[in-house]
Design a protein around this ligand. Structure first.
Ligand code: GDP
Length: 456
């Protein structure tokens, strides 16, 4: 029998309520020892999934006034008996209730252990369980949508469909091997070749979208580059103010390097080196170009700013060289001022598109959103009910599975005997299974669930 686990399931801090959650065979009995329902009625299956009002006691001492929800196996998140105690949100209330559960026989849950149990007990497959963590961590509208899709099983369904098709091919191959042994003649392979071709193409198209999926989940690494005074920090502030969605503000290990995550058109933009950008606004000695080169490294996208009120100069030329090497969107800023920049001449030098904005007057930001979506999502983001790869682990398994399938395909086209190419087909099948968690090693599982928070 598995232990009964317990954890504080809500974030700690001062809050209206907090939740202590238990899962395991004994969770209901443990809570019965510390919880006295107001109606004094026996807690049995009649109270399944109902909120009971009552009090938590430590011996004679009243600890908190709570609502408690008893959920009987198997229709629960973990498929085990689960209890959730809704306490007042202060850390002392939560800790006292937690400790009482521990004293009465529960053990402290590890990170992600509730969801791990849900997976091990077959309620979720592994890609769905990973959807849970993505959902909790989602910071933008689209990362939320893609996580909920994954949790709902859209990816799992697709992977299972691929596996069935592989199995179909595999059974024909086995049948054919036996047939040849028995009858001393070979079956035609046209049908198997066609099925394999179709499967390869469908797997390729799922894989082909994985970049989009990863961007939806993790965001685009962006650097805002341009010589001093073109309006980099104004643009950054404009986007920040526009969306009012500063997601995080992480001070990096290098004193100077600060990453800021902001949301534009529902997509997370991880802006590199915001310290560098902001600094140029007040520091006398401005070091724009060097900063730009540093920031541009490791970026998926450069937003390259030019000041339309000033003629192009040597510094702009250096920025252009840099921007031409990467994926870039050119931004002509300060369109509210007189035009002194020769746009036609600029266009001859660059290999990226140009849009006009005024960071000061808040004009043109929607053009910028559109350009980003055109560039990374071919114009529109479609994720409704769609299977999407958003996770590197899934991407790697799918990629390798596809390689084995292609190798099988090459072999049968070259008339390699079927019993020699069958092994690649099997490997391809197994690798797809890893995505949904079949035959996965304990290490990989531990690694995945260690990314969860305690109490989930
Ligand atoms: P950075 O050095 O590239 O970060 O440039 P800043 O954002 O600090 O902007 C430099 C100066 O240009 C500031 O005085 C801004 O107010 C001004 N500025 C920025 N964007 C615009 C704009 O669109 N129009 C006008 N007229 N001024 C702007």
């Amino acid at each position: 029998m598995e232990n009964t686990i317990v954890a504080i399931a809500t974030a700690t801090g001062e809050a209206g309520i907090g939740i202590v959650r238990l899962s395991g065979e004994n969770s209901i009995d443990i809570v019965k020892k510390i919880f006295i329902p107001f109606d004094k009625k026996e807690i049995d299956k009649n109270s399944n999934r109902m909120m009971k009002y009552g009090h938590i006691y430590d011996q004679e001492e009243l600890v908190d006034e709570v609502m408690t929800c008893f959920m009987f196996a198997p229709h629960t998140y973990t498929r085990e008996n689960v209890v959730e105690i809704f306490t007042h949100g202060g850390i002392v209330c939560l800790k006292r209730v937690l400790n009482l559960c521990l004293e009465n026989g529960a053990v402290l849950a590890e990170k992600g252990e509730f969801t791990k149990r849900a997976f091990l007990n077959g309620r979720l497959d592994l890609s769905q369980a990973e959807g849970v963590i993505d959902l909790i961590k989602a910071k933008t509208e689209f990362s939320h949508k893609s996580a909920i899709n994954q949790l709902e099983g859209h990816l799992s369904k697709k992977i299972k469909e691929f596996r069935e098709r592989l199995l179909d091919i595999l059974s024909f191959v086995e049948y054919s091997i036996n047939f040849t042994e028995d009858m001393q003649e070979e079956l035609p392979l046209d049908n198997v070749i066609l099925k394999t071709e179709n499967l390869i193409s469908d797997m390729e198209s799922l894989l082909g979208e994985s970049n989009k999926g990863k961007i939806l989940k993790d965001g685009i690494n962006v650097s805002i580059i341009g010589k001093p005074n073109v309006g980099k920090s104004s643009l950054l502030n404009r986007i920040l103010r526009q969306e009012r969605a500063i997601v995080t503000d992480i001070a990096g290990t290098t004193r100077d390097l600060i990453k800021e995550d902001i949301e534009l058109a529902g997509i997370k933009l991880n802006i590199n080196d915001t310290a560098g950008i902001r600094e140029t606004a007040d520091v006398v000695e401005k070091i724009g170009v060097q900063k730009s080169i540093e920031a541009s490294e490791n970026s998926d996208l450069n937003l390259v700013l030019f000041d339309i009120s000033r003629e192009l100069d040597e510094e702009d030329e250096k920025i252009i060289e840099l921007a031409n090497l990467n994926k870039s969107i050119g931004i002509l800023n300060k369109v509210d001022l007189d035009k002194n920049l020769n746009v036609e001449k600029l266009k001859e030098k660059i290999n990226f598109e140009l849009i006009e904005i005024s960071a000061l007057k808040n004009e043109g930001i929607s053009k910028l959103e559109k350009s980003i979506i055109d560039m990374f999502f071919d114009g529109k983001i479609e994720i409704k009910d769609k299977a999407l790869i958003t996770n590197v682990r899934h991407e790697n398994s799918l990629k390798t599975s596809l390689e084995f399938l292609k190798s099988f395909y090459g072999d049968i086209k070259n008339m390699v005997p079927l019993d020699c190419c069958e092994v690649d087909l099997r490997r391809s099948y197994e690798l797809l299974g890893e995505i949904i968690g079949e035959n996965i090693s304990e290490n990989i599982l531990d690694n995945i669930f260690s990314n969860f928070c305690i109490g989930k």
